[in-house]
Design a protein around this ligand. Structure first.
Ligand code: SDX
Length: 383
């Protein structure tokens, strides 16, 4: 079948690549729903693990189902010494997203049995991956600072335990709650680049650890999950409210992207950015103000003036970094924290793909040559 150029859309913009009931986004109205429930409702009333269960199994768990899920995750939080020893060989200066991608893939070495049609196998893989990803992020951070990984504790929730493994200090309950809401907000977002990577990898029926490793590598890019780290670097570069307007004007003049703004789907402010902004303000009330916040507010105002007409507004990455920075988390761990949350969405789409699988194999519009003659190397050198 000759592919016509009109069917080709760079970046598959606007082209449905999957049929899914996991989440829904209305980019014009700024609506995000997980399994039909508004993100604002979940951020207010749910927890990350309850939301992960909802995304993966399609409905909110009963008290008993949630208790079992949470207990199974606590039981699988620790990581084998083989993985800890492997991480000791990682260069301290390596990026934590690369360490996470390598470690996630390595999990597959220990759980090589593949029984993708066995619900028990699916449940075990979901529990292991959700349980171990935070531990691996925290372990690499401890190792790169010359410390042994901090063992997980069972008396802290999912978010609190991660912050404990990262800092060796048990967080204030409100700080743990704020971080848990951040995880819920980052858990899922229809067919974004890293979820699409997960789908394509899953469609070959490889193991779930390879699926997650593929998604982690995709999320790391600065146009995707890596933007939250770039936003902080940008706020640092701007350094004062007075510098905001000239900074924005220069970026626009140079046609350079302003990190934390714009979105392929949202043409209004990302609803997650609005919730993250209020979380940041709650955190500042609790543990003190962050001077970058004033710069961020001015930046959002000026970008709105200059680019609002193009539908370019703050996205999820714009305020998340301010929350993490106020929690004392190193900037290069911001994207790994995005990954910790998005594992829930990747696993939900992995499970959904298996139920209706057909291997991804799109076509292309060929724009190359035909019937080119082979030329011996001796005759090429005069080129
Ligand atoms: C995430 O897909 C998802 O759901 C992703 C995500 C999720 O939860 O998984 O929401 C998470 O990745 C959020 C996005 C984080 N990335 C950034 O903040 C990086 C900065 N943003 C841009 O790179 C950009 O907005 C994208 C990548 C997010 C979206 O890019 P598109 O849809 O491909 O848009 P485009 O590059 O084609 O730009 C369209 C126009 C261009 O101007 P013109 O050439 O038409 O004049 O808008 C301009 C762009 O120059 N533009 C920007 C801009 N984003 C788009 N101009 C300045 N700053 C920006 N940030």
């Amino acid at each position: 079948m000759a592919e016509s150029a009109c069917e080709y859309k760079p970046g598959l913009e606007g082209i449905p690549a999957a049929q899914s009931s996991v989440s829904y986004v209305d980019g014009g109205k700024g609506v995000l729903e997980y399994r039909g429930i508004n993100i604002e409702e979940l951020a207010k009333n749910s927890t990350f693990l309850e939301t992960a269960y909802l995304l993966i199994w399609g409905e909110l768990p009963t008290t008993q189902e949630l208790a079992k899920f949470e207990a199974d995750i606590i039981e699988h939080r620790w990581i084998k010494y083989h993985i800890r020893d492997m991480m000791k060989c990682f260069p301290e200066g390596g990026h934590p997203m690369d360490a996470l991608q390598a470690s996630a893939a390595a999990l597959g070495l220990f759980y090589s049995r593949r029984a993708l049609d066995d619900p028990q196998y699916i449940y075990q893989a979901v529990v292991r991956i959700l349980a171990k990803i935070p531990t691996m992020v925290a372990a690499f951070h401890q190792l790169r600072n010359g410390n042994d990984p901090v063992k997980p504790v069972g008396d802290l929730g999912y978010a609190g335990n991660f912050l404990y493994m990262l800092t060796e200090k048990k967080p204030e309950p409100l700080v743990a709650r704020i971080f848990d809401v951040c995880l819920t907000l980052h858990a899922e977002h229809t067919i974004n680049a890293s979820t699409f990577a997960a789908l394509v990898t899953a469609s070959t029926l490889t193991d779930p650890y390879a699926v997650i490793a593929s998604a982690v590598g995709t999320l790391a890019g600065p146009l995707h999950g890596g933007a939250n780290e770039e936003v902080l670097a940008m706020l640092k570069e701007i350094n004062s409210v007075e510098n905001v307007r000239p900074f924005v004007e220069e970026r626009i003049a140079k046609k350079e992207k302003i990190m934390g703004f714009g979105h392929r789907v949202y043409k209004v402010k990302d609803p997650r950015a609005t919730i993250l902004q209020s979380l940041a303000e709650r955190l500042f009330d609790l543990i003190g103000f962050d001077n970058y916040y004033e710069i961020a507010l001015e930046l959002e105002k000026v970008v709105g003036e200059k680019l609002g007409h193009k539908g370019i507004y703050a996205n999820v990455d714009f305020y998340s970094g301010l929350v993490y920075r106020r929690l004392g988390i190193p900037t290069d761990l911001f994207t790994p924290m995005f990954a910790i949350a998005r594992v829930a969405g990747w696993l939900a789409h992995w499970k959904e793909q298996l139920s209706i699988n057909r291997i991804y194999r799109p076509t292309q519009v060929y724009v190359g040559n035909h019937n080119i003659q082979y030329v011996a190397i001796q005759e090429r050198n005069g080129r």
